[in-house]
Design a binder for this molecule. Structure first.
Ligand code: SF4
Length: 223
């Protein structure tokens, strides 16, 4: 896996002060994506053991609240493979710090897909880059390629998942942790326990400090 950037002391991507890792590779290709150069899986630099160690070191100070994974798409199958052992290390060393993850895939429909049973596991690529054809109990269905054998374990280390693709028409700059209003700030551990989506209270959090005049001017610019 490659990564495009690491932001230390980041206050924009999650609660409190965090280290944010921008991984490379994304197949969603949302219109007006804020980071299109990260769609390429080869963008940036290799995510090595030294980089992992540097991030772990950055999490040591007491005032650092945790780690945020974003991109790019952390939940692309190839990225999950690399990030799973890393998030395990982070949680083992810092059990009280939170891990946030931003993903264009939907938690319930595309990452967990718990209603699906894979009869033969045969998959076929389709024209849609994030869907695959799979035979499930003898029936051909389109399922998310992001639902892999390790996805549930990966999610067991995530505290907050901000899910859903960025939708330009639903863009709202007053939202504190989301780019567009279709996205959800999900309490992952509560959701896994209760087998239903539990939204974090942070889902509704807004940027109170944005002057009204600026919001008005931005809206005018889009009209
Ligand atoms: S999921 Fe994120 S990185 Fe990928 S295209 Fe959409 S906005 Fe860009």
């Amino acid at each position: 896996m490659n990564y495009g950037n690491i932001k230390f002391n980041d206050i924009a991507n999650g609660e409190g002060v965090r280290t944010s890792l921008f991984v490379s590779g994304c197949t969603h290709h949302c219109k007006n994506c804020f980071n299109p150069e990260t769609w390429d899986f080869n963008y940036g630099k290799p995510f090595t053991k030294e980089v992992e160690d540097e991030i772990l070191k950055s999490l040591e100070p007491e005032h650092i609240n945790g780690l945020t994974l974003l991109g790019g798409e952390p939940m692309e199958p190839a990225n999950q493979q690399v990030l799973l052992p890393f998030v395990k290390r982070v949680k083992q060393k810092f059990p009280n710090k939170t891990i946030w993850c931003y993903s264009g895939y939907l938690f319930d429909k595309e990452l967990l897909c718990e209603n699906l049973e894979y009869a033969d596991g045969k998959t076929h690529k389709t024209a849609e880059p994030h869907l695959v054809e799979m035979f499930i109990n003898g029936k051909k269905q389109m399922v998310s390629r992001a639902h892999t054998p390790i996805t549930k374990e990966f999610l067991s280390y995530i505290d907050i998942l901000v899910d859903g693709e960025f939708v330009q028409d639903l863009k709202d700059i007053t939202l504190r942790f989301k780019g567009s209003s279709n996205q959800r700030v999900i309490d992952v551990q509560a959701s896994l326990k209760q087998h239903q989506i539990v939204l974090s209270p942070l889902n509704e959090k807004r940027n109170k400090d944005i002057p009204r005049r600026l919001i008005y001017n931005v809206k005018l610019a889009f009209w």
